[in-house]
Design a binder for this molecule. Structure first.
Ligand SMILES: Cc1ncc(COP(=O)(O)O)c(C=O)c1O
Length: 416
């Protein structure tokens, strides 16, 4: 039986106290929780809604649920009051508590986990900090995130490394096809293979563990950009079988802005220079990579609240709901004349919430502008060597009515 907000102890509003979060885990789901709109309405009420437009660009970062935001703000006020006393005497414990909470979530030991500001910082430690030798080779993907490609290009200019690029198809027919795109470049000089778990341009999921298996005997470091997979897909980091994984927590974890991590096995830690000089920790200590200077500790402490919110829903249910939202609109538009979907939208081993749509006759930026100006739907245009379309990213805060509005807009645009 579906419970109303009142039955759960009062309607949920953005000013609701954080204690009401437990209601989500007590909610008795029906036979198909992914489609239980009464439940998802309760979840949605935790997220502030923008006025005047529908936000279908949740890939940049996710807004915090009100419970996390409230905790975050309380912590900021508290630290502001206690000032340097907190920073000098208590903040180290707070950092270690956050490390432990995140290590439990990710399924790795705390001594393998550096707390960073985002994936970009984490991967710059790896790419810029490796002790490269001239002529070393790396393999990257043709749809890797721009900042990582630039980091490899800088390492190439600085240290003389050679970059080889795997051509990952938009609609792979099998894992073997993707694995081969990478392994065909493996050679005696390959030192690193860089994989993007979920490609941000299209939402395609790369078979990371299978590629890592294929590299196992080659003595190369497998490095994974998990910016879009952590807390969107249900997995633990060891499932990826990688040597190093980096992620951002302000995306699908809905944590405060400016939180990320770098995970690497202890044996690898001394292979990298930190981004900022650190002689406070031995080079075998993961904290060696955390020398950022003074930072917003309240955000780090609020991470615990974000993890709690994620668990209230449950990782598998969240993943399946997000995929359902993507398929809700893509299956309704797929036959519209002149429209193409650039993600593997029906292949559940390779898709997630993110999709990308192209309409013949429209540059991506023109289509995104039309959606915003005429239909008040905010998206993002992707204009890239390989992918040209408009990225559509729903989140937990997205309703079916929001997606109906998108379908109706695309129908009008395509004359479908
Ligand atoms: C695949 C991928 N990697 C890395 C990043 C960078 O994330 P951040 O800006 O949090 O460092 C992004 C950002 O969207 C991304 O999509």
């Amino acid at each position: 039986m579906a419970l109303s907000g009142t039955a759960l102890g009062g309607s949920i509003t953005p000013s609701m106290p954080a204690t009401a979060l437990s209601d989500l885990s007590l909610y008795p789901h029906g036979p198909d929780p992914v489609k239980d709109e009464t439940y998802w309405e309760l979840v949605r009420n935790y997220f502030p809604r923008p006025e005047g437009y529908i936000n279908l660009e949740n890939g940049y970062f996710s807004h915090q649920p009100v419970s996390t935001l409230q905790k975050h703000q309380e912590l900021e006020q508290d630290i502001n009051k206690r000032n340097s006393y907190f920073m000098r005497r208590e903040h180290y414990t707070a950092v270690e508590n956050a490390r432990h909470a995140l290590s439990g979530f990710l399924g790795v030991g705390p001594e393998e986990l550096a707390l960073t500001r985002n994936t970009t910082e984490s991967l710059n430690i790896v790419i810029g900090g490796y002790r490269w030798k001239k002529g070393d080779e790396v393999i990257i993907g043709n749809q890797d995130y721009g900042s990582m490609v630039q980091a490899f290009q800088q390492a190439s200019a600085r240290y003389g490394i050679k970059i080889k690029t795997a051509q990952v198809p938009l609609h792979p027919k099998s894992d073997a096809e993707v694995i081969e795109a990478y392994t065909r470049h493996l050679g005696k000089k390959t030192r690193m293979v860089h994989l993007t778990h979920v490609i941000n341009l299209t939402g395609q999921v790369i078979p990371v563990s299978a590629i890592a298996d294929a590299c196992r005997t080659r003595n190369v470091l497998v490095v994974v950009d998990a910016a879009h997979s952590v807390a969107q897909l249900e997995f633990k980091l060891p499932d990826l079988k990688a040597d190093i994984v980096a992620g951002s927590l302000h995306k699908w974890m809905c944590a405060p802005l400016g939180l990320g991590f770098l995970q690497m096995k202890q044996a690898h830690i001394p292979k990298f220079w930190p981004l900022m000089a650190d002689l406070d920790h031995p080079e075998t200590n993961i904290r060696h990579f955390e020398h950022q200077g003074t930072k917003p500790i309240h955000s780090l402490i609020a991470l615990g609240e974000a993890i709690r919110f994620h668990h209230q829903i449950g990782g598998t249910l969240k993943q399946n709901r997000l995929r359902y939202l993507m398929q809700y609109w893509t299956t309704r538009v797929e036959k519209f004349p002149g429209l193409s979907l650039l993600n593997p939208h029906t292949d559940n081993a390779r898709n997630c919430a993110i999709a990308n749509v192209r309409v013949d006759g429209y540059a991506p930026s023109d289509l995104a502008e039309k959606l915003m100006n005429e239909f008040q739907i905010f998206t993002v245009a992707i204009e890239h060597r390989v992918v040209n379309g408009v990225r559509i990213t729903p989140h937990l805060s997205t309703s079916l009515q929001d997606l109906d509005a998108l379908v109706s807009a695309l129908k009008g645009i395509c004359g479908g």
